[in-house]
Design a protein around this ligand. Sequence first.
Ligand code: ADP
Ligand code: MG
Length: 266
Amino acid sequence: MTLSIIIYLIEMNLVQENMMEKLRNAEKINAISQLAASVAHEIRNPMTTVRGFLQMLKNEKNLTADQKTFIKVSLEELDRTNHIISDFLLLARPETSVTSKVSLSGLLLEVADFMRPYGLMTKVEIRTSIFEGIFIMGNPNEIKQLFINLMKNSIEAMPDGGILEVSAFKRNTTADIQIKDEGVGMSKEKLQMLGQPYYSTKTKGTGLGLMISFDIINRLKGKYLIESTQNKGTSFTISLPLYYSPEEIRQPSFQNMSGGQRMNES
Ligand code: ADP
Ligand code: MG
């Protein structure tokens, strides 16, 4: 009897410690994202001033053609930076987890466009083959964050350039997305470490990206598969449940589809 009680107490203690650890990690992430958001916000103010002055300069007479081009390019670059900060702030905002019907096709194209400049820095070309009309249910910002994290890792795995392929199509009741790179790849040991907080092989890495990504996939009730060969590349395949309208669910054909196999197939 005493032994059982002692074992029970030890077990409870372990469970509690585990929970505390998770809580601490969650708090750290929250603090980091809040800090990042406030920094991003602060960068915007001086940028607005600079933009205003450039705008005034632009209207100056006696400017040479070169000077006009410099000002034009500077304004465009400032606008692009502002755009990136806006997107970032959207992501860093504390998670509200409001779900809605999301166009996965549109969102993937958007993220690929967003990541293109980052890829260009190391000559990584992003290719997309994404079927239209794929809808899922979830929080759009979280889904965006998920694909940004994965594409970012793939780009960072190809420091000497390469191709990053993003594809998506419907299969039975799921949307299958693949993010495939030709990067450094991972050994079996490394693969097993993935998703642990602060596990990073990069000097400036946080080791938070994949942890957050796996969490988002879980919340979307999805599955993932990682395949990797060292010095050849890595592919992440993610399978997320498709969105169905209530009418579609009521239709008899849906019952066949959701079974995973067609009933009239012999
Ligand atoms: P970070 O990118 O900050 O290091 P992540 O959680 O995003 O943190 O990734 C953790 C680690 O997983 C990376 O440091 C890297 O070693 C490995 N990794 C993730 N994605 C890939 C990939 N596509 N190719 C090779 N290694 C990867
Ligand atoms: Mg990362």
